[in-house]
Design a protein around this ligand. Sequence first.
Ligand code: GLY
Length: 348
Amino acid sequence: MLLKPIMHKTEYTFSTKTVACYFDADLSSLAQAAGNKNIIILTDENVYSHHAARLNAYPVIRFPAGEEHKNQATVDQVIHELIKLGANKDSILIGVGGGVVTDITGYVAAVYMRGMQFGFVPTSILAMVDAAIGGKNGIDVGVYKNMVGTIRQPDLIFFDYSFLQSLPVKEWVNGFAEIIKHACIKDALLFSILERYSLHDYQADKTLIADLIERNAAIKSTVVTADEFEKGDRKLLNFGHTIGHAIENLHQIPHGHAVSIGMVAACNLSEELNMLHFEEATRIVKLLAKYHLPVDLETDHAKVFEVLKMDKKRRDEGVQFILLKRIGEAEIVYISLADLEKHFKEIL
Ligand code: GLY
C-alpha cells in the first residue's frame, strides 16, 4: 500500500508576518493549507506541461519558462489575467515552480491591489531550500538581475516532494550547491551527513531528501528571521555568491555551478589571508566534486575582476566577502579591492 505523506506545519515569524511551512505535503491538501482563500495558481509552461492534471483543480495562469521571462512584461501579463479572473483580497496567488516563478509570484502579489496574499509550492531543490524562503522577490531589468523588487514574506510555503520526480539531474546538482553552502556557513553536522551520502542516495530515498530539505529550509529561515533586511548575518548567505555572480554573468553557467566555483574561490581566499586560520578548503572541494559540481574554471581573471567591482555588495573601494573560519562558521570580512586583486589569480 502506498502511504500518503504526513503533512506537518512549522511556523517562522518575520517582522510583519508568520510564514507557515507545510512539509511532507501533497498538493491535494493545498486548499486546507490556504484556509478559505480562493487559490489562483501561477506557474510556467514547463512545470505545467508535467503537472497540468494536478494544477487544473484551480484557475491557472501560465507564462513561458526561463530567466529571460523574469521581467516587467510577464508581470503585466499576469496582472491582466488576475483582473480577468476577478482576483481580490479573498484570493491567494500560489506560485508553483522554481526561482523564476517564486520571484514573479511574490512581486506581482506585492503590487496587485496594493498587496494580495501569496504562497509558494517550490518544485526544484533550489527553490525548496533557497528561492522560496526569505521574502526577496523581484524581476530583472535588461542585464541587471533582480534590479526591481520587494522584501515581503509569503503566507505559506508548501513542500510536496513528488514534484522532484520530474526534476532533471542537472537541477538536482544545481540545488545541492546551496545546500553545501548552508552546511559550510552554519551546520558542520550537515556537512558530515552530506559526506556520508551521495546525490544518488538522496534521489532514491524519500525520507533522506525530506529530512535534508526540512533541515535546509530551517537554516535559511532562521538566518532570515534574525536579520530580514540584511544588515548583518543574512549576508552570510552570500558565501560563494560574490565571485559566483560575476562568473555566472560572464560565462552564462548555471547558478549552482557559479556558486560552487565561487565557494572554492572564497575558501582559497580564506586560507590565503590566513587571518581566520581556515584550513579545510580541500574537504569542501571534495564534497562539491562528489555532488558533481565544478570546482574550477578557465576564465579571464581581469574581466571577472571588472564585473566583481561593479557588484552591488561593493562598498567604496572594497568588497564585503564571506569567508570561513571553519566548516560551519562564516564571517563577513571587508577586503579592499587592491588586496583582492593581489590574491585574485591564486584563488580563482
Ligand atoms: N527569495 C529568496 C530570498 O529571499 O533570499
